[in-house]
Ligand binder design. Structure first.
Ligand code: S3P
Length: 428
């Protein structure tokens, strides 16, 4: 590794487009009849899986870096796919496609990688079956590969048992096919990108007194979508700048939708210096973040904050190793069913690096500050683990050798380039 690895991070980076919004822009563009244009698209492996699924349904998608043009006959004009739809490593693609395919008039099969094969799909399939969907698969029809035979759907009234934007979105997308008005009640608010973006494609979503309502039968119309930067990607550089002494960085056009900004609250509670400026108006808020190296203290993270920072918990756990006191993360059992069991995989890696970390059934307990040491750590094929260990390498004594860091391309293909920019190692 280069000698200046531990150098302060300085300068400005524009993190890539939001993964959740990029998926939805392609999906809704494919459901609408006509031409949808997307700028700021995330060309990560997950979103490319979404594009390839729609190409198999007869939708034309031209992708040029972060610019995408989707030209579709509309959801009623799709053709039956001749082969299995490959959702790769993407839970969002797999779950939202189930809702989208449930109301077609053809047969389709979804399959993903070894991680997707372990992830629970029953949480989506249960409500979709209540709407009349015909979905079959392993383990009582709840695990991939999953076969969907399109059928006519009816609206439902549904109380969500888990706080999950993927479940909520799959139901809302099926509800567009369905007869009647679907009503959904969330246990805790989860990211609301579907609710924000659907009206731009001609489908109003009503939200009152904690109930989300969508009336089926409307024809979707194309739109132009401008995708802000992904706060879940920014999180890795936020943490790095807080922990590496003398750092000061700026991250431009970061999405700051309040359903996603739990990390900013947690970091501020920990004493982290982070400023938000130039917030733009618009359906999806974006802002420039300035982050400075800070003395950190422990915190407790639980309850309604969890869905607002769920994907950031691996990097927050690393941050906690450098904070004075005992950080407790609770109510985060959802981490067990992400790309890996992130309670297990994060604690395993942190311990190898010399951290004082303990797994609990629904979270972690981390005591700090501890000087981390070099070690070999595994991403277990989980992109957010890979990036967490890359940030650990900036503060550990000795080399951190990451097994399988290629998986970072799932959500942040230019991660190392951007890291080198902030380290002023542009020539490498
Ligand atoms: C996502 C929702 C979250 C999140 C995932 C993306 C989405 O998953 O962890 O990375 O795009 O809707 P859950 O819905 O399972 O909480």
């Amino acid at each position: 590794m280069a000698l200046n690895d531990k150098a302060p991070l300085t300068g400005t980076v524009q993190v890539p487009g939001d993964k959740s919004i990029s998926h939805r822009a392609i999906m809704f563009g494919a459901m609408a009849e006509g031409t949808t244009t997307v700028e700021g698209f995330l060309p990560g492996d997950d979103c490319l899986s979404t594009i390839s699924c729609f190409r198999q349904l007869g939708v034309s998608v031209e992708q040029n870096g972060t610019d995408v043009t989707v030209t579709s006959p509309g959801m009623h004009g799709w053709t039956e796919p001749a082969d299995i739809l490959d959702t790769g490593n993407s839970g969002t693609t797999t779950r939202l496609m189930l809702g989208i395919l449930a109301g077609t008039d053809f047969h389709s099969v979804l399959n993903g990688d070894a991680s997707i094969a372990k992830r629970p799909m029953g949480r989506v399939i249960d409500p979709l079956r209540q709407m009349g969907a015909d979905i079959r698969g392993r383990s009582g029809g709840t695990m991939t590969p999953l076969a969907v035979t399109g059928s006519s759907l009816q609206a439902i009234d549904y109380d969500m048992p888990v706080a999950s934007a993927q479940v909520k979105s799959a139901i809302l997308l099926a509800a567009i096919w369905a007869e009647g008005t679907t009503a959904i009640r969330e246990k805790l608010p989860s990211r609301n990108h579907t609710e924000i973006l659907l009206p731009q494609f001609g489908v109003p979503v009503d939200q009152q007194d904690g109930v989300i309502r969508l009336t089926g039968g409307l024809k979707m119309t194309p739109a132009h979508v401008s995708v802000p930067g992904d706060i879940s990607s920014a999180a890795f550089f936020i943490a790095a700048a807080l922990m590496v002494p003398d750092s000061e960085i700026r991250l431009t056009n970061v999405g700051v939708n309040p359903t996603r900004t739990g990390i900013l609250e947690a970091v501020r509670q920990m004493g982290g210096e982070i400023e938000t400026e130039d917030a733009t108006e618009g359906a999806e808020l974006a802002a420039t973040l300035t982050v400075r190296a800070s003395k950190l203290k422990s915190t407790e993270i639980s309850g309604a904050l969890i869905p607002r920072l769920i994907d950031e918990l691996p990097i927050i756990a690393l941050l906690a190793t450098q904070a004075e006191g005992t950080t407790v993360i609770r109510d985060a059992e959802e981490l067990r069913v992400k790309e890996t069991d992130r309670i297990q995989s994060v604690v395993t890696g942190l311990k190898k690096l010399g951290a004082d970390a303990e797994a609990t059934s629904d979270g972690m307990i981390i005591k700090g500050p501890v000087r981390l040491r070099g070690a070999q750590v595994d991403s277990f094929g989980d992109h957010r683990l890979g990036m967490t260990w890359a940030v650990a390498s900036l503060i550990a004594d000795g080399d951190v050798d990451i097994i399988n860091k290629e998986c970072i391309s799932v959500s942040y293909p230019t991660f190392f380039e951007h890291l080198h920019t902030l380290q002023n190692r542009l020539s490498e």
